[in-house]
Design a protein around this ligand. Structure first.
Ligand code: 6PG
Length: 248
């Protein structure tokens, strides 16, 4: 694993940097493998990045879109990660409709998780071949990522690609840690002072990853970029263990 920590001056610089890295990863994947599979993060941070990606001149026919997690709501619900990504990005670019694979939320969480598991197996050809070319992740102020929340059962799911996440009493659909860590490239997008404490824990050796699940994200062979704005990264002192680069 190659790990990068970049602390950018502000959110707009973070988005610009994420755009550059993302486009490079997409073009590299298509050059190497003929196509690029991307798993999207939800929440609010990625939205400006998605808006910029929509305007890029990319080989859209060979780009395939999945989600890293989904709230258990209909696709037209204001909380839907699918709704946000379609409005910010996918409806604004010529990506073929059949290249977009939203997480189903119409049956029950366990059934929909199993359905999405099959969708991934069909796309990648088998459970062992699953590995997204590019994975976007956010981090909550409790250290969760995707819908892998602290001290929840989904953190222990190692034999499936997709699981039912639990945010208090709300069920969600989420990729599991092995699926995320099989990615070729992972970009964490973390902005805002409210993330400072969780970041300090995630980057601190002694933290129990079950308390701060973002710490479990260690791609086996992939590249991992932590892109933070200065407000989020304020308490982090770059050290030898992690390559750090202040924005120029
Ligand atoms: C979701 C996300 C979740 C998100 C974090 C950060 O469905 O909410 O996938 O993991 O990335 O909660 O959210 P913000 O970017 O809004 O801070």
């Amino acid at each position: 694993m190659t790990k990068f920590l970049e602390i950018l001056d502000d959110k707009s610089e973070l988005v610009k940097r994420a755009l550059k890295i993302s486009v490079n990863c997409i073009q590299e994947a298509i050059a190497k493998r003929g196509k690029c599979s991307i798993a999207l993060a939800g929440g609010s941070t990625p939205k400006p990045l998605y808006e910029k990606l929509a305007a890029q001149n990319l080989d859209w026919n060979n780009i395939y879109i999945f989600w890293g997690d989904e709230r258990y709501v209909p696709a037209d619900h204001p909380d839907s990660n699918e709704k946000m990504a379609r409005e910010a990005w996918l409806n604004q670019c010529p990506i073929p409709a059949q290249n977009i694979f939203p997480m189903p939320t119409g049956a029950d969480p366990a059934t929909d998780a199993a359905t999405y598991e099959q969708t991934l197996q069909d796309f990648f050809g088998s459970q062992d071949n699953v590995g997204f070319d590019l994975m976007f992740l956010g981090m909550g102020d409790d250290g969760h990522t995707a819908s892998l929340f602290p001290q929840t059962a989904a953190l222990d799911v190692g034999d499936r690609l997709v699981a039912v996440g639990q945010k208090q009493e709300d069920s969600r659909i989420t990729l599991t840690l092995p699926t995320i860590n099989a990615s070729h490239n992972i970009i964490f997008l973390v902005a805002g002072a409210n993330k400072q404490d969780a970041l300090q824990q995630v980057f601190h050796e002694d933290c129990d990853p079950k308390d701060y699940p973002s710490k479990f994200i260690q791609p086996k062979e992939g590249r991992l970029w932590w892109l933070l704005d200065a407000a989020a990264g304020e308490k982090l002192s770059p050290d030898g263990a992690i390559y750090a680069m202040k924005s120029r």
